[in-house]
Ligand binder design. Structure first.
Ligand code: HEC
Length: 212
């Protein structure tokens, strides 16, 4: 009897131990969807902070977390969320082979402000779903796909208009230059807070590239 019990204890310990090991291995495995989602969120955060800092960046003598100096000269420097999103995405791609890019279908007569951000077929389809009013807010979409004969994981996270975005993408009547354009000189699209503005699109290679 004692022998049986101790054998059982040994067996249990073995099973628990093995489960522990396999859990350890599972933790080492990268969850590709989670990685894609977090990368997209990271770019959204970067862009959001730049949007919040637009006046600090452009106002002479302004400092973060301090009130803007009154009557200080204002000079637009071109450091906007989309610019930072593009150059950070490009730099990240060069170093990792992972694409993190912003894209959009635009709004009505307005297409993407920059053709560089135009969606490919996959992005177009996913964006169309994001724009449907019944689509759950904040939910990304991802799946395995093939690009140039190689397996990749594609993911897109919807991006929404927040208050600081309205300065440039909001009501053209609020144009700082009085001509319906934002400080970058682009026509304002009259987005409202909460509108889908586009998405961050992530492409993670699942196979090593061969050849070139
Ligand atoms: C200071 C003005 C400004 C602010 C603030 C701003 N944007 Fe933009 N946005 C632009 C400009 C200009 C472009 C075009 C960039 C380019 O030419 O590459 C753009 C492009 C974009 C794009 C890329 C798609 C396209 O149309 O080319 C997205 C998506 C976008 N903005 C979303 C947002 C969101 C979301 C916010 C707020 C978090 C925001 N923007 C805040 C000026 C602004």
């Amino acid at each position: 009897m004692f022998k049986k019990v101790s054998a059982l204890i040994v067996l249990c310990a073995f099973i628990i131990g093995a489960a522990g090991i396999s859990q350890g291995l599972a933790a080492e495995k990268i969850d590709v969807r989670k990685a894609a989602e977090d990368l997209a969120q990271f770019l959204v955060s970067t862009r959001r902070i730049i949007a919040q800092l637009v006046d600090v960046i452009n106002t002479h003598g302004a400092k973060v977390e301090e009130p803007l100096p009154k009557d200080a000269p204002y000079a637009f420097k071109g450091i906007i969320p989309a610019y930072m999103g593009r150059v950070i995405g490009e730099d990240f791609f060069k170093n990792t082979g992972i694409q993190v890019k912003q894209t959009t279908l635009g709004k009505g007569e307005f297409g993407p402000r920059n053709p560089y951000n135009a969606p490919d077929e996959w992005e177009k389809e996913v964006l169309t779903r994001f724009y449907e009013p019944a689509y759950p807010k904040g939910r990304g979409y991802g799946e395995e796909a093939e690009m140039e004969g190689k397996k990749v994981y594609r993911y897109a996270l919807p991006m929404y208009i927040e208050k600081p975005c309205l300065k440039c993408h909001g009501d053209p009547k609020t144009s700082p230059t009085g001509d319906g354009k934002d400080i970058s000189g682009k026509p304002m699209e009259n987005y409202q807070e909460g509108d889908v503005r586009g998405a961050v699109s992530v492409i993670i290679p699942l196979e090593e590239k061969t050849g070139v």
